[in-house]
Design a protein around this ligand. Structure first.
Ligand SMILES: Cc1cc2nc3c(=O)[nH]c(=O)nc-3n(C[C@H](O)[C@H](O)[C@H](O)COP(=O)(O)O)c2cc1C
Length: 393
């Protein structure tokens, strides 16, 4: 990671990378590795960034670009930018009420926010705190059908119209750092306990006064004595349903009349199945390099998926978005919008709502500038060529 000399004031961060450097300093080691780490050798994690770097931009000159248009219509709503905040679990470990901060930052900018099943604020708390949010919910397939049904009912009751079923994390990827940092499940190693004490600012912003945040979204399904961080983690481990398949998704399609998206698609054949099932969208993703190490970068999977699915459902992409130019490249290759994972987490870790907002504003400014310099004022008019390396113009 490049060294920056911006201190700890997130407003001085000029890029997502600088926000990441600040977050690294702010967080204790275990929380930083949780945010940043990938699976095994982190080949896919690195590939996600390299693949964006390998796509060249070919500008046109003498094009007046006074009026830059980054707007996108997603599910009948006009968004000012082709961006939604994606689902990330345990956000409260980075900052108290981080889910609410993220939802507010997104809503202030007219963007959707996705709450994870394993969030540290419940869907009811987020919607009560941010009633005008464009609120999306991510769902895991849980073994207990009554709990699953209850989650759907709660989602409907809070006005959620967009559900993302995550299919690529039924088992967690091999995240060695996670096992290294904990002596027992959810019990930090002695070394990490000392490291936590060296981060008083984080202790104050995340843990004080209530301690480790619990998984508020699913807490109600636990016996009262297990309603804490470790009880929630144990419950989720036991509840993940290994039999998740296309038939389950077809049943979910019947039960959930609002918008349904599948998050975890990399293969064009799976995109075709999603179209055939009548899904409203898919997320092309490798889970930010946290699941199977060695799979391609999401952006490298996009053209083949767009070839079979573009225009038939909404195409979202995530994994490795850190620059406005990454968003531009994703849209040129067929994405309707991108989801942000770590980019806004760095912001919330160092500055709560304002920090997450700063991350969004940096990306928005970079995107506008890139469109201007490319000589292409309208995001919707971007075109991609595929040889020798993919060139966007
Ligand atoms: C800390 C962290 C927690 C995550 N938790 C979830 C989750 O609960 N559910 C889910 O579907 N994806 C989860 N993801 C994956 C993200 O939704 C997204 O696919 C990924 O972060 C995109 O990659 P990026 O962080 O490089 O942008 C998580 C990612 C991170 C970094």
């Amino acid at each position: 990671m490049r060294r920056y000399h911006t201190g700890s004031d997130f407003r001085r961060a000029k890029s997502i990378a600088e926000l990441a450097a600040m977050a690294r300093r702010r967080l204790p080691h275990f929380a930083w590795e949780y945010l940043e780490g990938g699976a095994e050798e982190e080949l896919t994690l690195k590939r996600n960034r390299q693949a964006f770097a390998d796509i060249a931009l070919l500008p046109k000159t003498l094009v007046p670009c006074g009026d830059i248009n980054t707007r996108r219509s997603i599910f009948g709503r006009e968004l000012p930018l082709p961006i939604a905040i994606g689902p990330t679990g345990y956000n409260g470990m980075l900052h108290r009420d981080a889910d609410i901060h993220l939802a507010r930052a997104a809503t202030e900018r007219g963007l959707p926010f996705t709450l994870s099943t394993v969030s540290t604020s419940s869907m009811e708390q987020v919607v009560a705190a941010v009633p005008d949010a464009n609120f999306w919910l991510q769902l895991y397939c849980l073994k207990d059908p009554l709990i699953q049904q209850d989650m759907l009912q709660r989602a409907s009751a809070v006005g959620c119209q967009t559900l993302l079923l995550t299919s690529d994390a039924v088992l967690l990827g091999n995240r060695e750092w996670d096992r290294r940092n904990f002596a027992r499940p959810r019990q930090l190693s002695l070394r990490n306990k000392f490291d936590v004490l060296r981060h008083p600012r984080w202790l104050h912003q995340a843990l004080w006064p209530q301690g480790m945040p619990s998984l508020a979204n699913i807490e109600r399904y636990l016996p009262p004595e297990q309603r804490n961080a470790s009880g929630g983690a144990h419950f989720m481990g036991a509840q993940m349903d290994m039999s998740l398949d296309w038939e389950y998704l077809a049943r979910l399609r019947d039960r959930w009349p609002q918008r349904l998206l599948l998050k975890g698609v990399m293969h064009p054949g799976d995109a075709e199945k999603a179209v055939a099932l009548g899904l409203d969208g898919i997320v092309v993703t490798n889970h930010g390099g946290r699941q199977l190490d060695g799979v391609p970068a999401s952006i490298d999977c996009l053209p083949a998926i767009a070839a079979v699915a573009k225009g038939k459902l909404t195409l979202l992409l995530d994994s490795g978005i850190r620059r406005g130019t990454d968003i531009l490249k994703a849209c040129a290759l067929g994405a309707d919008a991108v989801l942000l994972g770590r980019a806004t987490l760095y912001g919330v870790a160092v500055g709560g709502q304002a920090g997450a907002g700063h991350a969004l504003d940096l990306l928005a400014e970079e995107l506008r500038l890139a469109l201007f310099l490319l000589g292409q004022p309208d995001l919707a008019a971007l075109r991609a060529g595929f040889s020798p390396s993919c060139t966007v113009s």
